[in-house]
Design a protein around this ligand. Structure first.
Ligand code: ADP
Length: 468
């Protein structure tokens, strides 16, 4: 039938548009390494901001005492307390409380947002009971703030711009820590913000605490970002930096990475144009949980427009941005029932399209697969880009001359976390597969991805301990 053919064509175009052959991924790897260089060479030299974090020493286990962390950066807001024993321990004793951020606060005023944060911390501390902590002196806290900031020191930084649906105009250009400390004063809290960190930096801190071979950290959740340990002398844009370790953690803000080699489709272009931040966060819009579901929705909408036979008349829901959340898209993708009952249910619940024929359900699963596979493989290419920049991709960039097999690869660990990686099995498998393909097995066996959990919270508390 002609209508099926039209749908098949849409799918075929999508597959071609989402090409992530190894050849193309290698181009993305190179582009990432090149952009990293450019971002380190001069301010504004690349879409990659390559932000200094002033974190030059990572926790090593000698930290001792209770430390706190707040995490603001995505769907959930978290408060964490970590009890450090003074000795490295494989299990870090900690408590976490999480709650969704009331959506109206994401676009309200900075006072409203920070008062909410301070109140949550106050309640958390109040619940400590009459244990040893009640008479404690000032508490030390790490604040994980996963938005691009220009840091002046490890405990101060100015918000450059909001991402991930946040938009509080009066905050841009202000010192995030000052705003938080003021809210603590308003709420009568005696808490000192010792470290201001991006979530990836927290993840790196925890990763490094558990495994000193950890050199980079990736977060793939609602948004996506990465950071890594760079040599000070490679940070050309900031001459005269001095650190005892000779290194500093650089927050890449890789969600904003862009390259003409990225496989971009008309759906991506549309999504970007209709977003509150067009031309920004291009990599993130192809990779992270906030967007994947909506890319899939756009493809299904297009298919419906081509063929009302398949999905029935266009429902208003199908034309509504972001109604298909990524976890639901993942559930359709991973539906292993023979009749794809889950797919039918979700299409009905989400888009109000009843009785989608099995053939169409199969196409929907395929669409999810194409979109997720591209995302996972691009994330893998990004990771290899970082490894290439620091000479850990086995290409022997620094040593030169030698053949691949001669190169002695150092064990290299990348800490990784975020809902997309940890909860979406097919995404994770595609990512690992692509890492192996790009690096080749000989090299890939020296590279380990270590999942950290709540690293952004625990890591911030660890850094508060190191820097207080
Ligand atoms: P944050 O919002 O701070 O990034 P997480 O790292 O936990 O928090 O990521 C949550 C995001 O991960 C969600 O917005 C969602 O997009 C994605 N996610 C969570 N669970 C799943 C899942 N089972 N399948 C696919 N994506 C998921």
């Amino acid at each position: 039938r002609r209508k099926w053919k039209k749908v098949a064509n849409v799918l075929k175009e999508l597959e071609e548009g989402c090409d992530t052959s190894v050849g193309r991924l290698r181009q993305v790897v190179d582009a990432m390494a090149v952009e990293m260089h450019a971002g380190l060479a001069s301010e504004g030299g690349s879409k990659l901001k390559m932000l200094l974090t002033y974190v030059d020493n990572l926790p090593n286990g000698t930290e001792k005492g209770p430390y706190y962390a707040l995490h603001l950066g995505g769907t959930n807001f978290r408060v964490t307390r970590v009890h450090l024993s003074g000795q490295p321990s494989p299990l870090l004793e900690h408590e976490v409380e999480r709650q969704p951020i009331p959506p109206h606060l994401m676009t309200s005023t900075s006072e409203d947002l920070f008062d909410f944060i301070a109140s949550s911390l106050k309640e958390f501390i109040a619940k400590e009971g009459d244990g040893s902590n009640t008479s404690q002196d000032r508490r030390e806290l790490g604040f994980t703030f996963s938005f691009p900031m220009k840091q002046m020191s490890v405990s101060s930084g100015i918000l450059i711009k909001w991402t991930k649906g946040f938009s509080i105009v009066d905050m841009v250009g202000r010192d995030v820590v000052a705003c938080l400390q003021e809210a603590f004063v308003r709420k009568g809290l005696d808490v000192h913000v010792a470290a201001l960190v991006n979530d990836t930096v927290g993840t790196l801190a925890v990763g490094h605490y558990h495994d000193p071979d950890t050199v980079a950290a990736i977060v793939i959740g609602t948004g996506t970002n990465a950071c890594y340990l760079e040599r000070i002398d490679a940070i050309i844009k900031c001459q005269g930096l001095l650190t005892t370790s000779g290194r500093m953690v650089v927050n890449m803000e890789w969600g904003n990475f862009w390259s003409s080699h990225l496989p971009r489709t008309p759906y991506d272009i549309e999504l970007d144009a209709e977003s509150p931040n067009p031309n920004d966060q291009g990599f993130e819009k192809m990779i992270s949980g906030m967007y994947l579901g909506d890319v899939v929705r756009r493809v299904i909408l297009r298919m419906s427009l081509e063929s009302d036979m398949l999905f029935g008349p266009i429902s208003t829901k199908l034309s509504t941005p972001f109604v298909l959340r990524t976890p639901l898209m993942a559930a359709m993708h991973e539906d292993d029932s023979p009749d794809l009952i889950e797919v039918a249910r979700i299409l009905n619940d989400t888009f109000e399209i009843p009785d989608v024929p099995l053939k169409a359900r199969k196409i929907v699963v395929k669409v999810c697969d194409v979109v997720t596979r591209r995302a996972a493989r691009l994330a893998a290419a990004g990771i290899v880009g970082i490894l290439k920049k620091i000479g850990r991709d086995g290409s022997g960039g620094i040593t030169g001359g030698r053949s691949r097999s001669d190169i002695k690869m150092k064990r290299t660990v990348v800490a990784i976390e975020g809902g997309l990686y940890s909860s979406y099995t097919l995404f994770r498998e595609y990512l690992h597969e692509a890492l192996n393909e790009i690096l080749g097995e000989d090299i890939a066996k020296h590279v380990t991805l270590n999942v950290t959990e709540d690293g952004s919270g625990i890591g911030a508390a660890l850094l508060a301990a190191s820097y207080s």
